[in-house]
Design a protein around this ligand. Structure first.
Ligand code: HEC
Length: 203
């Protein structure tokens, strides 16, 4: 009985080792089998790449790697610096995103995520977080007087796309900014606001 138990234990402990050996054998074939005919590279680590900090040398001069045209730096932005613009220029910003169904659909999702808590599911100023206001007297939330951005007293209807985009990007008055929303998705919200305000131009 004891002998049987020991044998079982031994074979069980051998199994992972066998698997490891098989894996090692398999792995040793994978990478080395590729043909180096000048078009292909024998190993992943040897392949044509541009190193981020590669130096450019020419005519005894040297400079750092210059990113290709149109490259947007990580954490940076090729977009207008809204905060340094006056209100007229902010208001005049053109909406680069056509109001496609895809844009409206995403606008609805992002609106529901970021705007609805205060402005309400349809933008009437009656979100869960909103407090009582002349527009929605029955509100019970802690955030006072959230303006409606839909309906007869809609603030969104009277403003330009650029104004709405700037409001989302920088915040306005007591409204915090939502610059965490990627710029193109902010335009989706603008398109969605136009749509629910009956000003939508489908594209
Ligand atoms: C934390 C609550 C809150 C959230 C969330 C919020 N807002 Fe607001 N919003 C406000 C308040 C409060 C005002 C009134 C600001 C003021 O005049 O002090 C306002 C005003 C506005 C206005 C009118 C701007 C103007 O020029 O008067 C627009 C448009 C607007 N919000 C759009 C949005 C959009 C779009 C989102 C989602 C990205 C959003 N808001 C998210 C609270 C919020």
């Amino acid at each position: 009985m004891t002998e049987f138990a020991i044998q079982t234990k031994q074979s069980a402990s051998l199994r992972p080792l066998t698997v490891l050996v098989m894996l090692a054998v398999a792995a040793s074939f994978g990478c080395w089998e590729q043909i180096d005919d000048g078009k292909w590279f024998p190993q992943m680590k040897r392949q044509p790449v541009i190193q981020a900090f590669e130096e450019v040398k020419w005519n005894d001069q040297m400079q750092g790697f210059v990113p290709p045209d149109g490259t947007v730096p990580v954490g940076g932005s090729a977009l207008p610096d809204l905060a340094s613009m006056d209100m007229a220029s902010q208001d005049a910003l053109q909406n680069p995103k056509p109001a496609s169904l895809e844009s409206l659909k995403n606008g609805e999702v992002v609106f529901g995520r970021y705007c609805q808590p205060c402005h309400g599911p349809l933008g009437m100023g009656d979100g869960l977080v909103a407090g009582p206001s002349p527009f929605a007297p029955n509100n019970t939330g802690p955030f006072p007087v959230v303006l409606p951005i839909n309906g007869p007293t809609s603030m969104a209807r009277v403003f330009s796309d650029g104004h709405l985009y700037t409001t989302i990007s920088l915040g306005r008055g007591r409204m915090p900014n939502y610059d965490r929303i990627p710029p193109m998705e902010r335009w989706d919200i603008v398109n969605y606001l136009r749509e629910i305000n009956g000003q939508g131009v489908r594209q």
